[in-house]
Every structure is written in C-alpha cells, then in structure tokens.
Design a protein around this ligand. Structure first.
Ligand code: NAD
Length: 286
C-alpha cells in the first residue's frame, strides 16, 4: 500500500511559516473576500477562511453583495478595494450570478491584490515565470506532489483537467519545475493510455471515480484535486475525489486522500499568498 500524503500536516507547516512571516511585517495583511448572493458552499468556505486568517494574524473581512446586485456594482466594489491602502488582498468568491462575465469581474481586481492569481495579468505573469503568487489550488497540488517527490525534473506528469484556475496554472508550475507535462481533458482520446505512462497523476476533473487502478502505473504518485459530493443509497452524501482511492492506493507509491488532502493545503496557500502580496506591496513602498 502506498503512503498517504497528509494534507492537514502539510497545511499546519505552512500555517506556522505564515504566522512567522506575518509577525515580520510592519502592518498585518488584510484579506477581503467578496461574494454575491448566498451560495451555501461559498459561505462555508468564507467561514473557514475567516477562522484560519484569524489564527494566522491576518485581518479578514467578507463583503457580501446582495444577489440582485448588477455586475457593474461588483466591479465598482472591487475597484474601491483596489484603491483602499488598508486592503492588501482580495478574493472573489464563486459562483457569481450566471449573467456575470467571470473573467471581466476577476480582471477588476488589481494584480497586486489578486490573492488567487485569477486575473488575466496574473496568468500572464505566471506563464512568464514572473508571478509573486499562483492560483492556490494549483500551488497546493504541486506542494502535495513535492511532498512525495521533491525533485520533479524530467518527471512524466499527467494532469487531468485544463481549467483556468487549476489544470492550466498547474501545468505551467510543473513545466517551471522541469517536469514533462501532458494535460488531459474531455477530448483526450485515450485517457487510460496517457495516465499509465505517467510517473505522477494530478486529477482535477470533478468526476468521481474517473481514475481507476488499472489506469495507474505501479509506483506512481497520485494527487487528487477533485471534490465531488456523492449520494449513497441510504441518501447520505459524502465527499470523494476523482480517484478510486481504495483501489489506487494499493498501486500508487503515494496518494492524497479526499477529504484531508489537497483541500487542506489550498486554504493554507491562500494565507501564504496573502502574506506574499502584503510583503511585495511593502517592498515596493520602501
Ligand atoms: P472545471 O469543471 O472548470 O474543469 C474540469 C476540467 O476537467 C475540464 O478541463 C474538463 O475538460 C476536464 N474533465 C472533466 N471530465 C473529464 C473526463 N471525464 N476526462 C478527462 N477530463 C475531464 O473544474 P475545476 O474548477 O478545475 O475543478 C476541478 C475539480 O477540482 C472539481 O472537483 C473541484 O471541485 C475541485 N477543486 C478542488 C479544490 C481543492 O482545494 N481541493 C479547489 C478547486 C477545485
């Protein structure tokens, strides 16, 4: 059986570093989350952000706009936050109302306050290896992989998923680590064939049970980003990843569980990014 990569333990170490970094800053970072409407999952996430920010010494606030607010009001609010010297980092919660243009809304966040690295400018900086921070989930998946394989040079990595905030930035981060990367998606002709070649698989598709044991090379490292709520026959729901964990853990050298894997590290990366932005802003002021 492979090692279980413990996301909680990895996150704890990041939180310890974040607290030390916050203590070195002249002013505590202030992270502002902006949400529109009352999505339950988003509310649970902001509650968790608030608790963890507080434990790290980061000031935190949620600005919740009403569900009937137009896109222009959201963008105007983000621009107000950009101009506020007391705000060092901004996270835009999703989902947004369906009529909103997500990219246009994200691009209303100033590059220096874009704590998730979701703006077009941040994506460009990441591609050119000039970014201060990268999208939190991509960073978290990379961190989990490096916990099992510290040196990724020459490694064959298959990433399943090509979204703007997970798969694509992750592929860039891996390339910058000198890994050889194959990005798979819904149109990939033979997913199993690509995955079987890989020394490491990072699954970020949002499809429960997609990665099965026979698709995994013996001794590969498997990082599961997927979070899927599935309903059991008794009506209860539970959270599972994209990987058939029980079967794959018998073949893999190391694997992340869901829950308790990448998700734990993602929120720690959010705090780390908030500190990095605050430090970068302080450095440009001196
Ligand atoms: P998305 O829906 O934007 O993108 C999914 C990608 O997976 C697409 O590129 C699609 O082509 C690909 N895909 C879907 N089904 C596939 C299949 N059968 N075969 C091959 N490729 C397939 O999703 P996202 O926002 O990138 O999120 C992906 C998953 O990661 C979701 O389960 C999401 O909940 C989870 N997630 C987890 C965290 C965390 O912190 N753990 C954070 C963000 C997202």
């Amino acid at each position: 059986m492979g090692d279980i990569i413990d996301g909680k333990a990895l996150a704890e170490r990041i939180f310890t570093d974040v607290k030390l970094e916050v203590a070195k800053l002249a002013t505590a970072p202030r992270l502002v989350a902006v949400a529109v409407g009352d999505d339950k999952a988003s509310a649970a996430y902001t509650k968790r952000q608030a608790k963890l920010a507080q434990s790290c010494g980061i000031l935190y606030r949620l600005d919740n706009l009403p569900s009937e607010a137009p896109e222009s009001a959201l963008r105007a609010h983000l621009e107000t936050l950009n101009r506020d010297p007391g705000v060092s980092a901004v996270i835009l919660q999703t989902p947004l109302p369906r009529s909103f243009d997500l990219v246009r809304c994200r691009d209303a966040i100033a590059l220096g306050k874009d704590v998730e690295g979701v703006t077009t400018l941040a994506a460009g900086r990441l591609a050119m290896q000039k970014a201060v921070i990268a999208p939190c989930t991509a960073e978290a998946a990379l961190h989990c992989l490096r916990a099992a394989i510290p040196d990724l040079r020459g490694l064959e990595v298959a990433v399943v998923g090509r979204s703007d905030i997970v798969g694509k930035p992750l592929a860039l981060l891996l390339i910058h680590e000198s890994a050889t990367v194959t990005v798979c998606h819904r149109q990939t002709r033979d997913l199993a064939e690509v995955l079987r070649r890989a020394d490491a698989i990072i699954a970020a598709a949002g499809s429960a049970g997609l990665v099965r044991a026979e698709m995994v090379k013996a001794g590969a490292v498997v990082v599961d980003v997927g979070t899927n709520a599935v309903t059991a026959p008794d009506g209860s729901t539970k959270l599972v990843g994209d990987v058939d964990f029980e079967a794959v853990k018998e073949r893999a050298r190391a694997i992340t569980p869901v829950p308790g894997g990448v998700g734990q590290v993602t929120v720690a990366m959010l705090m780390r990014n908030a500190v990095r932005l605050a430090r970068a802003a302080a450095e440009t002021c001196t």
